[in-house]
Design a protein around this ligand. Sequence first.
Ligand SMILES: Cc1cc2nc3c(=O)[nH]c(=O)nc-3n(C[C@H](O)[C@H](O)[C@H](O)COP(=O)(O)OP(=O)(O)OC[C@H]3O[C@@H](n4cnc5c(N)ncnc54)[C@H](O)[C@@H]3O)c2cc1C
Ligand code: FES
Length: 255
Amino acid sequence: MKKVENMTVLSNELIARKIYKCVLSGQLVNEITEPGQFVHVKVSGGTEPTLRRPISICEIDRAQESLTMIYRVEGKGTKLLSEKRDGETVDVLGPLGNGFPIEGLKPNAHCLLVGGGIGVPPLYELAKQLVSKGHNVTTVIGFRSTDDVFLEKEFAILGDTYVVTEDGTSGEQGFVTDIIKKYQLSCDRYYACGPRMMLRALETMMPENGYLSLEERMGCGIGACLACVCDTQDKVSYRKVCTDGPVFPVGEVVV
Ligand SMILES: Cc1cc2nc3c(=O)[nH]c(=O)nc-3n(C[C@H](O)[C@H](O)[C@H](O)COP(=O)(O)OP(=O)(O)OC[C@H]3O[C@@H](n4cnc5c(N)ncnc54)[C@H](O)[C@@H]3O)c2cc1C
Ligand code: FES
């Protein structure tokens, strides 16, 4: 069930260039059902900015009733969020959206997780849950440059992990798709989150057995404003990313 809660900031620290890791505690954590869901955060007590900002849930700790968000400072909203200090509260609406499905896999299935930039965070809770169910996880995460890299060590604990940067300053040089081609990474199912161009390239390369998470701009986050709609591939209908997604089976919506 969706809740609005003033969650308490346990920590909010810089972990890479313009990238912050924020841990929040509150009962809303008990409502999270799937990895890949997101929260909608009101970053200021006033009206500026008016709209909430959607941020993926990167990790949850049910025992501590805490969740982790990893976000990049892009503009006014995320800048204000980065200024929140331990002990302050943040107005959070969530959990929102449908996440990555982890049911229906054969035992010990091989899953490929592909993330780009700020699309990497929701894959972490997914990786943990897949591994805890006995599945094997290979992760490919792509960034612009070495200063932008995060979660590399955390993923490496869970399975084979490839880091790729556009300028080659960390891991291999190129795009996530170059790594998948080079090492001929195959899988029973893949999951991806990242920029549209990355999702498009993946869909062309692997048109089946995948789930793509879209980071569309949002207004309300609850299906009322239509700010986040995208066309279905058959062009006869549309989907709301906030309530029908953000995760869709590959081939369902135009990415
Ligand atoms: C479901 C979902 C999950 C997300 N998860 C994360 C996450 O885990 N970590 C994270 O860092 N970000 C995430 N985002 C993106 C995040 O919501 C935006 O970066 C944030 O809203 C920017 O707010 P701002 O006020 O800082 O920037 P604004 O001042 O609103 O915009 C600054 C710049 O960022 C661009 N921008 C803003 N929002 C988006 C967007 N959604 N997609 C592409 N460009 C955008 C604007 O066009 C502008 O150029 C997610 C978005 C969605 C929809
Ligand atoms: S953000 Fe309002 S309908 Fe999706």
